[in-house]
Design a protein around this ligand. Sequence first.
Ligand code: AMP
Length: 114
Amino acid sequence: MAMLPFDIFEQIINRESPADIVHENLEYIAFRDINPKAQTHILVVPKAPGLITGWDVHEDNIEVFGGLFLFAKKVAEKENLDGYKLHMNVGEAGGQVVPRVHLHLLSSDYESEL
Ligand code: AMP
């Protein structure tokens, strides 16, 4: 599937689009995936502008990406998960559809092919 031409997650951050938000702070937001692939399937998204894909990680923004993992852990704790899986599609060729950096946080019933 091609990358969408607009950032629906930006609209969720700005409350212009509805979402089931589970956790939020000044820098990150987490909400339930509209098409869940596991019992728990949450998208974890940085609010910083200009981060479209994982290719956009650089030395000067590495803290945003590190913070994304920390925030994901807090979400997993809040969801009382014993363990969890993190998945990031990077770029259209990597299966990414929404043009904004995000982690998929999935419960252990997620059937990945890894
Ligand atoms: P990706 O392929 O990594 O870009 O994944 C995008 C994910 O966003 C998919 O799992 C979609 O189901 C999910 N998604 C798309 N629109 C929404 C929405 N409005 N609210 C929640 N999840 C969404």
